[in-house]
Structure formats: C-alpha cells, structure tokens
Design a protein. Structure first.
Length: 408
C-alpha cells in the first residue's frame, strides 16, 4: 500500500481517537463542575452528605449526592474518571509526533522565523511541555499559590509569555498548536499527578478506617477548577491550525492570549448560572468584544503562509522540484489552483488563500507536494468542481510526479 496514503489514514485514525476521548473528557469535566456548583443542601442531613441534586435525563430520574471528604463506608463499585484525560493527551501527543515531528520541515520549522535543525526544534517542543508542568506545579504548591486570584493572574502572564515565545521559534501554525499542547499537558498532569493520587489517599484512609484529611480534596478541586477554565482555549488552539487568520497573522500570539480571556468569561457565565448566582450577561458582552478585537487583529496584515522561498528549501523539499514531471505538474497546479491559492486570490469571495496554502511559485508547489498528491492526485477533493475541473490525465500527472520524487 502507498506509504503516504497509509500515513494519512493513520493520522486520521489517531485524530479520531483524540476527538472521541477529548469529548469524553470535556463532557465529564463540564458535567461534574456543573453538578458540584448546583448542589443543594440534603434534607435528610445524613452524616458527611454535603449536598444533593435531582436530575432528569433520557426519561429517567437521578438522585446524586456528594459527600464532604468521603462517606463512612466505601462502596464496592466505584467509578474513576481518569482514562478520558490520559487517552486524550496520549492521542494528542501521537498527533504531535505524526504531524509536527515527522513533518517538521513543513509544519514545525520556519527558517524565516528561526533557522534551527529539526532535532533542536523537537527538543525545544518536548522541553517546553515539561517546563510548563514543572513551573506550574511549583507555583501552585508555593505560598503564592494559596491565593487563587493571584495565582490565576500569574498563570495568565506565563501563558502570554509562552504564546509570544513559541512564535519566535516555530511556524505560526505550530506555535498556536504548541500553546494548546502546553496547556493540555498541564491539565492532564493535574489529573495524573495531583487529582488521582489525592483521591487514592482518601480511598486508602477509608479502607483502613481512618478519617481522610480534607486538604486532599481542596487541592484536587483547585486543579480541577484550573482545568475547567483552560478547556475552551485549548479547544480553540487545537482547531486553529485549520484557520490561517488565527495562526498566520503577525499578531497570532496576541490572538491566542485573548482567547484565554474568552475562556474565562464564557466559563464564568456557565459556572455562575450553575451555582445559582444569577446570569452575568456582561460576560457575553465581554466575550463579544474580545472576539471582535481578535477579528480586527487578524485583518491588520494578510496571513503569511508558513512556507519557505526557493532559497531556503530543504533537500527533502527540493527533490520535488528536481523530480521528473515537475514542470508539467507545476503548470497543472498553477493553472487550476493559483486563482484561490495565491498571494492575492482572483476568485471572488476569497480574500486570502484557503488555510494559508500558496501555490504560485515553484518553491510553494514543491512545499505543498504531499497535500497536492493527496487532495488533487489520489482523491478529487481539490480543486472544487464548481471552480475548476481537473481531468483524470492531469491527476495522473500529479501522482506520477509525487511518486517519482519519493521513489513510491
């Protein structure tokens, strides 16, 4: 089987797993935050029952109770919510490897931003993820971290600094994706290193007949609250690689910084509503203003494609220019694709090249060889039939050119 097709399906499968587990994690997280905030005092006043809530769903009624610290007796059947988080992070890291490490010359390193070897870029990527967790954890455990408001302000400053820092090292697309991975790593580490171990301590105390220390629940709840406010920005950052207006703007780091604020305003509305503290409508206005500022920032300069010019093409990209059939393939691509994928698209209604893909120069066509092969050669995804019709013979030329360059 064609290796590129197999690789594309592997990436699709891993992405599918990532989305499925991400939905499961986010869903359970949002549910329990809403449940915790909406608890009412229990009328039976049983020992250690902190609150309860009656819910209806799918034609059935549910009576949920929360114990303060823990119940007197631990039930035999206890469900742990952990694998959703772990699998989401593991599948996300697999995507990072498949797309940004294996495709580093295309998506990770931009010589015009910072001309470094691929191995150095990957080490920076890995090191930054580890650095984020270590610094975050140390701050949370320090005296400074005892004040939640003060802690959140400092964490936001760190995220803004990381947003700017990533744009000084990687392509715009990789910078925003890494900021999302940086944040998601903190969130999953919170579950793996803090929340789950603390819960195990409480369970062990119960089984040994000891009264659990409430501090473990308090610490776990702090980290869970952080995860609650970070979830929506992480989703935005993971989706940003599909939207050049977000990642290819010169103000991409500032856009990402404002997205974190939108995450706070949106979650504050829902958290306040679930807690019965009213519906703070000002959060809608604040979120709208923030989003309008983001739109404005994205239009100050046209998106800059994350590719290199002819002078900086790596050998693995140059081979597509030197391969047999390149001239014919180049003519086909330019003749059918550049009307949309150009610095100044000529197709009405398209102000910028879709997804930041430019297909005008020989370097740009070579740089996007894999996408061209998959979307216009092997499949009929591009060009849109209403815009341009590509003959079967032309698609065969694109396939032959790519395979000649890769030895496929």
């Amino acid at each position: 089987m064609d290796y590129v097709i197999l690789e594309a399906w592997l990436e699709f499968a891993v992405r599918w797993v990532h989305v499925i587990t991400g939905i499961a994690w986010i869903g359970s997280s949002f549910y329990f935050i809403a449940l915790d905030l909406g608890l009412k005092k229990s009328p039976d006043r049983r020992q250690n029952v902190h609150g309860e809530e009656w819910q209806v769903h799918g034609g059935g009624f549910y009576h949920v109770q929360k114990y303060l610290v823990a119940p007197d007796r631990l039930p035999e059947h206890l469900i742990w919510f952990k694998w959703e988080s772990y699998t989401t992070w593991l599948s996300g890291f697999a995507m990072l490897i498949l797309v940004y490490y294996m495709g580093a010359e295309l998506y990770l390193v931009d010589p015009n931003v910072l001309d470094i070897p691929i191995w150095q870029a990957i080490l920076i990527s890995l090191g930054s993820l580890a650095f984020g967790w270590v610094i975050y954890d140390l701050i949370c455990k320090s005296k400074f971290g005892e004040d939640n408001t003060r802690l959140m302000v400092l964490l936001y400053i760190i995220l803004v600094a990381m947003a700017w820092g990533y744009t000084q090292v990687f392509t715009g697309r990789a910078a925003l994706l890494h900021l999302g991975a940086f944040t998601a790593t903190i969130m999953t580490a919170n579950v793996f290193v803090i929340i789950m171990p603390n819960q195990r301590i409480v369970v062990a105390d119960l089984r040994e007949g000891r009264t659990p220390d409430p501090k473990y629940g308090k610490i776990a709840k702090q980290r869970s609250t952080h995860n609650n406010y970070l979830t929506l920005p992480v989703i935005f950052l993971m989706l940003s690689n599909h939207y050049p207006l977000a990642f290819a703007s010169q103000y991409n780091w500032l856009i990402a910084s404002l997205v974190f604020l939108m995450g706070v305003t949106i979650r504050h509305y829902f958290n306040s509503t679930h807690a019965g503290k009213g519906k703070p409508m000002w959060t809608w206005a604040a979120t709208t203003v923030l989003f309008l500022v983001i739109i404005w920032l994205s239009t100050l300069t046209a998106p800059v494609a994350d590719d290199a010019d002819q002078a900086t093409l790596a050998p693995s990209i140059q081979r597509f220019v030197d391969a047999e059939g390149f001239e014919d393939a180049y003519d086909i691509v330019v003749g059918n694709c550049s009307m949309c994928h150009g610095a100044e698209p000529g197709y009405e209604g398209i102000p910028w090249a879709p997804r930041g893909v430019h297909l005008e120069t020989e370097a740009q066509v070579a740089f996007e060889a894999k996408r061209i092969y998959l979307q216009a050669g092997v499949t009929h995804a591009m060009p849109p039939p209403s815009v341009s019709y590509l003959e079967a013979e032309d698609r065969a030329v694109l396939v032959a050119w790519y395979r000649a360059a890769t030895g496929g």
